[in-house]
Design a protein around this ligand. Structure first.
Ligand code: 8DG
Length: 144
């Protein structure tokens, strides 16, 4: 079984999104400086949705509401490097102001109308198809 990771696509508004909150990793060295969806590993006995809430509380100090899952071609999730897959949920902030408390050096709200700029950030490479699909399902053109 691949290792299950969860990621949060944090939007300014679930129904009428205009911005996505992205996070720059500070560790480990191999990933430092790359952008990602906040999140992390699902712990034993934990539901993936619970893991999203836990990770966002730990990493950003926020509470969120979950929207739809950003479905991958494989229901197990989006393939990552190594034997891992990631399931991604749209979320919106419910409580708190996101701060890079753990694992991140920077957080940035990116306008969804600027799809090219979003895709041009130095993402963890496995995340690029996820970002492209996110733009597509939300109805934003990336022109790529
Ligand atoms: N959080 C996150 N991890 C990603 C993304 N894309 C991607 O390839 N990964 C990889 C990087 C890591 O190898 C793994 C997630 O591990 P992590 O280090 O964030 O998990 P964690 O917070 O539970 O970490 P820890 O308990 O081991 O410190 O998935 C992404 O967009 N978000």
């Amino acid at each position: 079984m691949p290792k299950l990771i969860v990621g949060a696509a944090i939007l300014d508004d679930l129904r009428h999104p205009s911005k996505l909150l992205v996070a720059r990793r500070s560790a480990p060295a191999s990933l430092a400086g790359l952008w990602e969806f906040p999140g992390g590993k699902v712990e034993p006995g934990e539901k993936p949705e619970q893991a999203v809430h836990r990770e966002l509380a730990e990493e950003l100090g926020v509470r969120v509401v979950l929207g739809d899952e950003l479905a991958a071609a494989d229901p197990a999730g989006w393939p990552l490097l190594g034997n891992a897959v990631m399931r991604v949920w749209f979320t919106a902030l419910q409580d708190g102001v996101p701060r890079p408390l753990e694992d991140h050096s920077e957080l940035r709200w990116m306008p969804l109308t600027e799809g090219v700029a979003l895709l041009e950030l130095p993402w963890i490479p496995a995340d690029l198809p996820i970002v492209a699909e996110l733009l597509r399902v939300l109805g934003f053109e990336s022109e790529n």
